[in-house]
Design a protein around this ligand. Structure first.
Ligand code: ZN
Ligand code: ZN
Length: 233
């Protein structure tokens, strides 16, 4: 119930900013939208990088879940999974999902939309969207800026959904269309991440991957992002 209210508030807040932005149209909206899409892609990559390499909390049985060899449909596994997930906060659940998606990428594709976007909305894009509403009232920013920020929020909100579409055989028409125009990356391009786990962390359009790959290499050179964080212990 609380989640449904949060989603209603989120979409109402985004619609309010959209109406505000469109009331002041200009050609600057196009580059602003592309820039917003780029920033959302970079955010998806930075968060993915952090989650992949952030160690999980020990002693919760996450290692047993991760390395479980029997059937994941079994009652034993399902009970273990639910018990472990209850002890995690939403960020820790995301951390586990990112790590788990490396050996089992299709699990992410099967997750329901809510599991993919709800924590992003509650902890990320809803507060930012409300701030944008407040900024519209207080400072009356130009329409192109509002549209660019809105596009960024849309890209950020659906980042895990878009990542999931890279690990699913069938996708809605708009995903195919966005891939064809380069607004979303292809599964082949995302394979480069899964091949090494050391590059191409961005999962929306992938435009920011060349820059983020340099960031990752620089952090590794400083001894950060150690391989030990990649799997639960
Ligand atoms: Zn990863
Ligand atoms: Zn993936």
């Amino acid at each position: 119930m609380a989640m449904r209210l949060a989603l209603i508030l989120f979409y109402a807040s985004m619609t309010a900013s959209l109406v505000f932005g469109l009331a002041d149209p200009s050609w600057w909206m196009l580059p602003a939208a592309l820039a917003g899409w780029y920033v959302a892609d970079a955010a998806s990559g930075l968060i993915h990088m952090y989650m992949d390499y952030r160690p999980t909390r020990e002693g919760l049985g996450l290692d047993r879940l991760y390395f479980y060899e029997g059937s994941r449909e079994s009652a034993e596994y399902q009970a273990m999974f639910r018990a472990a997930m209850r002890k995690l906060n939403p960020i820790e659940r995301l951390v586990y999902d990112f790590k788990n998606h490396h050996p089992r990428p299709h699990a992410l594709g099967r997750r329901k939309l809510g599991r993919q976007i709800n924590s992003t909305v509650v902890f990320g894009t809803l507060p930012l969207s409300l701030l944008l509403n407040a900024a519209c009232v207080a400072f009356a920013p130009p329409g192109w800026l509002v549209i660019g920020l809105l596009v960024m929020l849309v890209g950020g909100t659906y980042a895990q959904y878009f990542h999931g579409t890279l690990h699913r055989e069938t996708n809605p028409w708009f995903v195919q269309m966005m891939r064809a125009t380069g607004l979303l990356m292809t599964p082949e391009a995302h394979e480069k991440h899964h091949a090494t786990l050391r590059q191409d962390f961005s999962t929306n359009c992938g435009w920011s991957n060349p820059v983020l790959n340099r960031v990752f290499a620089a952090m590794r050179a400083r001894g950060r992002m150690a391989d030990a964080g990649l799997e639960p212990r």
